[in-house]
Write a protein that binds this ligand. Sequence first.
Ligand SMILES: Cc1cc2nc3c(=O)[nH]c(=O)nc-3n(C[C@H](O)[C@H](O)[C@H](O)COP(=O)(O)OP(=O)(O)OC[C@H]3O[C@@H](n4cnc5c(N)ncnc54)[C@H](O)[C@@H]3O)c2cc1C
Length: 338
Amino acid sequence: MEKLYSNYPLKEHNSFGVDALAQYFYEFSETKEIEKFAKEKLKDYNTFKILGSGNNILLKGDIKGVIIKPTGKKIDIISKTDDDITIRAEAGIDWDWLVDYTIKQKWYGLENLSLIPGSVGAAPVQNIGAYGVEVEQFIESVEVISLQTSKIYDIEHENCNFGYRYSIFKTPENRDLLILSVKFKLLLKPRPNLSYKALSDSFNNIEEANPDKIREKVIEIRNSKLPDPKIIGNAGSFFKNPVVSKAVASQLIEQHPNIPNWNAPDNQTKFSAAWFIEQCGLKGHISKSGAGTYKHQPLVLVNHGKASGSDIWNFAQKVIAEVKNKFGIELEPEVNIW
Ligand SMILES: Cc1cc2nc3c(=O)[nH]c(=O)nc-3n(C[C@H](O)[C@H](O)[C@H](O)COP(=O)(O)OP(=O)(O)OC[C@H]3O[C@@H](n4cnc5c(N)ncnc54)[C@H](O)[C@@H]3O)c2cc1C
């Protein structure tokens, strides 16, 4: 089913709870509908944006042009062997619903990614990750429609260029690619991943760590650490953890011997964005507008009240400037700024 609205309110469609309007809002559930829309109608709008559930966007103001939202929720089994099963899940499915569903079917792998808010269609975009797992580990291919050419095709895993909170779907030259569905290859025998310390520490007995229990623990930890967007507007981690060359890293470590850091691919070093923000005295900060950082996790920017999108963006820029001034490191938003 497809629907087109004008002057459509977006407050319920973004986890910051920002009040803004979309000039036009188009939702569809069937591939043939978006194919026809892309071929015949899209040229009538100046510009477009693709929306999932709005958990990783900041609306700086009203949105011109048309917002396009896939709502299809079908799941198909593609193939099965003794060890694994390949399924195709449509973009409009709620991510955590899929995680729960797959565990109940005894299809494993996604359990560490429990409770990440969002849609299946957005999961490959920033290669969602948590508790030692990234979704790319279970993605076989991604089915897209080019909104420019109306062509529908699969992009295989190796061509998605997945990285830390990154994929080809984040690049400006691919902004016309709308993800219709994702093919996941899941395990039929559990292979618990307890590489993340907070998760392994949550088990008294590692032998107990089956996928159901891992899901339970991940939900427990997440609920204790992160604010619920239904109560305090937020979009999860607002900034990426900065990754820098060894040369820059050793200078920082020399100046700040207690700075937490990890090895990153390509001989680089990853630092904690939360640590930088906290060192600037901004943990739990609330500015006059109501924009601020979460008291338990400064990497999460929050809307404490009626902050507008531009208030939140101004506050984000203050954070970027203070960290740059104190440490010479430029924080980069993980959240998409619209
Ligand atoms: C409380 C909280 C906790 C979070 N924790 C985590 C975490 O642990 N790990 C993590 O990785 N993320 C986390 N996030 C971020 C967020 O959950 C993910 O980015 C999620 O994938 C967003 O899904 P969405 O459907 O809401 O995407 P949206 O916010 O709607 O869109 C995000 C981006 O994807 C694009 N997009 C959406 N759907 C499609 C599609 N079908 N085709 C093409 N492009 C599309 C949009 O244009 C936009 O650029 C958290 C967010 C919140 C609020």
